[in-house]
Design a protein around this ligand. Structure first.
Ligand code: FPP
Length: 250
């Protein structure tokens, strides 16, 4: 299994050495952005997808090696059938359309979340994109699709319990290093910075285990208005933070 240290480095640009290596984003506000323009919510999601492209492209220059984006949560199925179907179709389109560009930009794409509820066509495209980009050592893009932090921990626990039942794992050896090996994110480092757009200050079941010591930024910008410049500013302000991970300065 590949681990962080095996994955080739991307070069941090001048002045961003103290910036976050792993940024995770809750891309919120597409619906309000569309409604403010008198358009249907899906119009906002399409605009949001264009922002994904811009943000992925600016990662190398900001020294961001890992980008994780929350595209669809386990709770988002509660939306109208029209919106859910529109989002699924947008994901299929995004993957088909962006596959070449992502591969050419040396981006490696992974998906996290539970695939069981997704349609076969979408799963096939996700597999193809992962396969197509698996040798890439540039930006490591993770797309959370039908993802929920609690669901992820429950699925991980199920796998861990199975290993115990099969005699592969001794319960006495289970510690806080054990569970992450069973999470969808097992090959990724924890996020340094979690950003949520649109003025909401909650984490909505995103990377619950992994963000224990992440820095958070809740910003008012709606996702379709988010820019590379804004991300650069967030990275600079991250660099000025004093991260102690529970320790005190001596
Ligand atoms: C939350 O905004 C956004 C989502 C549930 C979907 C996120 C999806 C995209 C940005 C589309 C593209 C993604 C990829 C990977 C191609 P919201 O609709 O809840 O906004 P609201 O709070 O204003 O209603």
């Amino acid at each position: 299994m590949k681990t962080d240290t095996d994955i080739g480095d991307t070069r941090p640009a001048e002045g961003v050495e103290r910036g976050p290596r792993h940024v995770a984003i809750i891309m919120d506000g597409n619906g309000r952005w569309a409604q403010a323009r008198g358009r249907p919510r899906l119009f906002g999601h399409h605009a949001g997808a264009r922002r994904v492209r811009e943000v992925v492209e600016c990662c190398p220059s900001l020294g961001i090696r890992y980008l994780t984006i929350f595209a669809f949560s386990t709770e988002n199925w509660k939306r109208t059938q029209v919106e859910v179907a529109g989002l699924m179709s947008l994901f299929r389109r995004y993957i088909s359309k962006e596959m070449k560009a992502l591969a050419a930009q040396n981006v490696r794409v992974r998906f996290i979340g539970d695939r069981v509820r997704l349609d076969k066509k979408l799963i096939a495209l996700m597999d193809a994109l992962e396969r197509e980009t698996e040798g890439n050592e540039g930006t490591q893009l993770t797309i959370a699709l039908n993802y929920g932090g609690r669901d992820e921990v429950a699925r991980a626990t199920k796998r861990l319990a199975r290993d115990v039942a099969d005699g592969k794992l001794d319960p006495a050896d289970v510690d806080e290093e054990t569970l992450p090996k069973y999470l969808d994110t097992c090959v990724l480092p924890d996020p340094d910075l979690v950003v949520r757009t649109s003025g909401e200050a909650r984490i909505s079941n995103f990377l619950l285990w992994q963000s224990a010591y992440s820095e958070y930024e809740f910003i008012d910008t709606l996702w379709p208005d988010f820019t590379a410049e804004e991300l650069a500013a967030l990275c600079r302000s991250f660099g000025a933070r004093d991260r102690r991970f529970g320790a005190v300065k001596t």
